[in-house]
Design a binder for this molecule. Structure first.
Ligand code: AMP
Length: 193
């Protein structure tokens, strides 16, 4: 199963992503995690990315696409994957479509985790990451609304979008996600016996 997971910062994507990859036995590809690892390792890409991340801005598409393209080629992606935090711009979504079309491995579903702004602020203020300072949080939400939200329409038109209510307990939300993914997992198991 190939899944894209979209949602604003603080929506709970990371928590749900961990549950999803465990249940369905697929790889977890978080571009945020990859960038933080590159930053901590002080690689060239990491240093460049840090500049944008600490300002709450998106890292340029070329950098992200390079990272994702390499990662998708790894063996563990053959059984499927959850893309968490990618794509975040229309250019990234189009580039992803091209990569996947080349290999005839289209996406199965795009999950949107929807949470109102007030709740996002409440949750993010309780975290302690360097990019969770109030002004950086605000900037990350602006980036989401301006650059990432247009993707919802893009995937809606392709019939791939499923919106999940992101309010409630971790278990409630995961239940909702399973209701969408379980039938798709059965379908893809039938296609690849
Ligand atoms: P995340 O952990 O997904 O919230 O990502 C943390 C930060 O990494 C974001 O605020 C961006 O600066 C950067 N980032 C992660 N994924 C992407 C992406 N697909 N495109 C651009 N920037 C990204």
């Amino acid at each position: 199963m190939r899944i894209v997971f979209i949602g604003p910062p603080g929506a709970g994507k990371g928590t749900q992503a961990a549950l999803v990859v465990e249940r369905y036995g697929i790889a977890h590809l978080s571009t945020g995690d990859m960038l933080r690892a590159a930053r901590d390792a002080q690689t060239e890409i990491g240093k460049l990315a840090d500049h944008y991340m600490s300002a709450g801005q998106l890292v340029p598409d070329e950098i992200i696409l390079q990272i994702v393209q390499d990662r998708l080629l790894a063996d563990d992606c053959r059984r499927g994957y959850l893309l968490d935090g990618f794509p975040r711009t229309l250019a990234q979504a189009e580039a992803l479509d091209q990569m996947l079309a080349q290999d005839s491995t289209p996406l199965d579903v795009v999950l949107e985790l929807r949470v109102p702004d007030e709740e996002l602020f409440r949750r993010l203020s309780g975290r302690a990451r360097a990019d969770d300072k109030p002004e950086v949080i605000r900037q990350r939400l602006v980036a989401y609304r301006q650059q990432t939200e247009p993707l919802l329409d893009y995937y809606q038109r392709r019939g791939l979008l499923q919106t999940i209510d992101g309010l409630g307990t971790v278990e409630d939300i995961f239940q909702r996600i399973q209701q969408v993914l379980d039938p798709l997992a059965e379908r893809s198991a039938r296609q690849q016996p």
